[in-house]
Design a protein around this ligand. Structure first.
Ligand SMILES: [Zn+2]
Length: 371
């Protein structure tokens, strides 16, 4: 298996400032300066582990290029793109749109490069240069709506790549599988009425955005049935995620038979994440990837592109990223030192409440026309 890999040092230069997690420092309110949750650490450390472990030698480096404004506007309103661009010109930078997603001067260029990296990954997979690909991008994208950014996301990298595949690369049906711990609300919104794009989001029930990603969100008009949500109870581990894949995601992909699968790959469902309360291990992410590859081999010649989303524990996430990349290319390098600890945590196996939640989500499968 040949695996394309995209990373650019500029992704580490996206600057969300010195927030205390989410909030700007303000001594009058008792908020001390610190670091924004979405800082460069997890991403930069994945890349450095990929290099130091030697895995880089098994991957095909693909250069990132900036997405053009025309490409970004296939998903986003002209006003949103213009506003991000204008704020990016200011020395103080701006905010994606919800007040918790700041970016520094030049943030537009970095966000355009992140979107363009996912485009380049999709191009490489669609023209057969590589079998699959991982775009380790920052800022993330899956919360960004057509008219506004949110949740640390400026532009919806995955949605822009889907539209590019359709408009330029001759692909029609695309499945987007989002296993970030938060709901892939932006991607879902872009394709809500589109029966050619199946969006599947496995997420922790009602975390971010609140009141988003429930079972009742199933698409609209001709797209009814092509938005699929699997909200999971907090505390779901490898067993629950495996059951969700086997019971909902993979059957949905097999019914839909996409020509390309994009994965919004967050690692914040990981067992040590500060922004999620799930328990997935590096072996769990390894398995999610292997199952996705299996389904892709059946329906779309293995064409899978993963785009990096969230994941906020800088010590743990690199080993989860390494596990995913190893699975994509079929290599094995260093062991995850966290694995014995987190795999032994009580509740890793499927729990009754998780089974019920997943079985409920599976009822929506009938709305996907079998091809
Ligand atoms: Zn997330």
């Amino acid at each position: 298996m040949t695996t394309g890999y995209l990373y650019h040092e500029l992704f580490g230069w996206h600057d969300p400032g010195n927030q205390a997690g989410l909030f700007p420092p303000d001594p009058r309110r008792g908020v001390q300066p610190l670091r924004h949750f979405e800082n460069a650490d997890t991403k930069r450390r994945i890349h450095e582990l990929v290099v130091v472990s030697g895995l880089i030698d098994e991957l095909v480096r693909i250069p990132a290029r900036p997405a053009t404004q025309e490409e970004i506007r296939r998903v986003h309103h002209r006003e949103h793109v213009a506003r991000i661009r204008a704020e990016s010109e200011r020395p103080s930078g701006g905010d994606a749109g919800d007040g918790i997603s700041p970016f520094g001067s030049g943030g537009f260029e970095i966000a355009a490069l992140a979107a363009g990296a996912v485009l380049a990954a999709v191009e490489a997979v669609c023209d057969g240069r590589v079998d699959n690909a991982y775009a380790l991008v920052r800022p993330p994208g899956h919360h960004a709506l057509p008219a506004n950014g949110m949740g640390f996301c400026l532009f919806n990298n995955v949605a822009i790549a889907v539209r590019h595949a359709q408009k330029v690369l001759g692909v029609r049906r695309v499945a987007v599988l989002d296993w970030d711990v938060h709901h892939g609300n932006g991607t879902q919104a872009v394709f809500y009425s589109d029966p050619d794009v199946l969006t599947i989001s496995i997420h922790q029930d009602n975390v971010f955005p609140v009141d988003s990603g429930g079972l009742d969100e199933r698409g609209a008009g001709p797209g009814l049935g092509y938005a699929l949500n699997v909200p999971l109870p907090p505390g779901t581990g490898d067993g629950g995620y495996r059951y969700a894949m086997e019971t909902v995601c993979l059957p949905a992909i097999r019914r839909f038979r996409p020509e390309l699968i994009l994965v919004a790959c967050g690692f914040d469902a990981g067992a040590m994440d500060p922004l999620g309360r799930q328990m997935v291990t590096s072996d769990g992410f390894r398995e999610l990837t292997a199952l996705t590859l299996q389904a892709a081999a059946e329906v779309c010649d293995g064409r899978v592109v993963l785009a990096h989303e969230g994941g906020y524990n800088p010590a743990f996430v690199p080993f989860c990223g390494l596990a995913v990349l190893e699975t994509l290319c079929g290599a094995k390098t260093v062991d995850d030192p966290f694995l014995p600890l987190v795999a032994a945590m009580a509740g890793q196996e499927l729990q009754p409440a998780q089974r019920e939640a997943i079985d409920r989500a599976a009822q929506a499968l009938a709305d996907i026309e079998t091809r």
